[in-house]
Ligand binder design. Sequence first.
Ligand SMILES: *Cc1c(COP(=O)(O)O)cnc(C)c1O
Length: 380
Amino acid sequence: MSKTKIWLSSPHMGGKEIEYINSAFDENWIAPLGPNVNGFETDLKNYIQQSKEIAALSSGTAAIHLALIHLGVSHGDEVICQSITFSASANPIAYQGATPIFIDSEPTTWNMCPIALKKAIKDRIAKGNKPKAIIVVHLYGMPCKMNEILMVAKQYDIPVIEDAAEALGSTYRGQKCGAFGEFGILSFNGNKIITTSGGGALVCKDEATKSKIVFYATQARDNAPHYQHSEIGYNYRLSNISAGIGRGQMEVLDKHIGLRRKMNIFYKDIFSGIKGVEVFTEPGESYFSNHWLSAILVDPNQTGGITREDLRLAFEAENIESRPLWKPMHMQPVFKDAPYYGGNVAEELFENGLCLPSGSNLTDDDRERIKTVILNVFRV
Ligand SMILES: *Cc1c(COP(=O)(O)O)cnc(C)c1O
């Protein structure tokens, strides 16, 4: 294929990242600690919310894992989790030998349905096993119905872990995603809105919680001159090199969010003239999405039979990446035995939804190629 590949979301450096990496080399901080780790944590704290503390970790998955450990989740416990999400939201539940309880979405934010959540909690309690935590996701950067979910969680006194891996910079009622829950999770994987080449962070409510998280993330070493351990530890801290990339990325984060949001408008403009295709947008003024990925729903009953799969294959033929919405966890072979609460909202999203190229580094030429494919498929 001669045309260069257009990705869903690819790394977009601002330029200063290399300077932070160079300073790590100059000072010989080539380790999972150092000035860039501290600096990156401060940058994130200032960005998300001053009253929170940030623990920089090796991945978003590690962040979820440590949040569950800190909340005491262990073998035989149950943890509630949004069904339509990336598998990394749910895998750490299994790491702890606990059972995920999956919850359907509601159609406006595509995120956890507060009504199904309440039903699930009531039913699990009636069955004698009160869920230990609720993992809610801001899918593709769209904030979930945070207030409604926090109200249900408070009513039953269950801590919320907010998976904001895709939602750095998104806000709900003016507050940054990641700052609402008992814990918030961030990811800096290669395809996320900012990247450290691989990395994540846990948003903690106070300094004591952060200290405990960092303790677990650095092999649970007790305070002693020799290596002494009273608990099982993990090697989950972020490297000082990676954190250097993160510091450079923080300088361009808001600019890149602006560019991602422009991609969303680009798609809205194209699809406004195409019947039966709906671009995923904020349901109201309380919601501000970073539009990490722009996504559409294609209704074949209204498009004259054209499906999202027709569009995906047409993109593929032009070396343009697109991807069906994340397949719900309750439909995944690996979680087939896990309890599920709700209807078929998530299933229908999966059936008809497609994520579109959304990177902040796409060019006018890229957009022209994308637009041409769309107009050809829908014959407008
Ligand atoms: C990417 C992602 C994660 C995991 O983050 P990693 O840094 O890749 O481990 C978790 N949850 C969601 C929703 C994600 O998109």
